[in-house]
Design a protein around this ligand. Structure first.
Ligand SMILES: [Zn+2]
Length: 131
């Protein structure tokens, strides 16, 4: 079922991508759409104000194990996205996913296989992948 959803999405991207078929164009669109995700997130904080970003140096406790470090690290996000900002960010993430999928199409790769391989790496390394 999940592989069908990913394959359907990948097929739609293949059909709808017309103007930016070149890998170079797709790569620049992918980078641009990533910037738009960042811009939408920042505007949620600076224009709307539904969230605040209170960043500071992360303190990594050396006396805790990997499992409990997760609890002490901060996202630096305060508040909740309003419906308007959430919709815009979802739209920008969708566009970013479109161009990621287009890169997969150009290189004859399966989006579902990419997701599965990453999931396998995460399962193997667990919390030690340290991302
Ligand atoms: Zn907002």
């Amino acid at each position: 079922m999940k592989d069908i959803l990913a394959q359907d999405f990948q097929n739609m991207v293949q059909e709808l991508l017309i103007r930016n078929r070149s890998l170079l164009d797709t790569l620049t669109k992918f980078q641009d759409s990533g910037s738009r995700v960042n811009r939408a997130l920042i505007k949620a904080a600076t224009h709307c104000g539904c969230i605040r970003i209170e960043a500071s140096k992360q303190e990594y406790p050396i006396d805790k194990d990997v499992e409990s470090i997760h609890e002490t690290l901060d996202t630096h996000v305060r508040g909740k996205l309003c419906t308007h900002c959430r919709n815009i960010i979802e739209q920008e993430l969708g566009t970013h996913l479109f161009y990621l999928t287009s890169i997969c199409n150009t290189l004859d790769m399966s989006l579902y296989d990419v997701i599965l391989r990453e999931q396998e790496r995460m399962n193997t390394l667990g919390k030690f992948c340290m991302r």
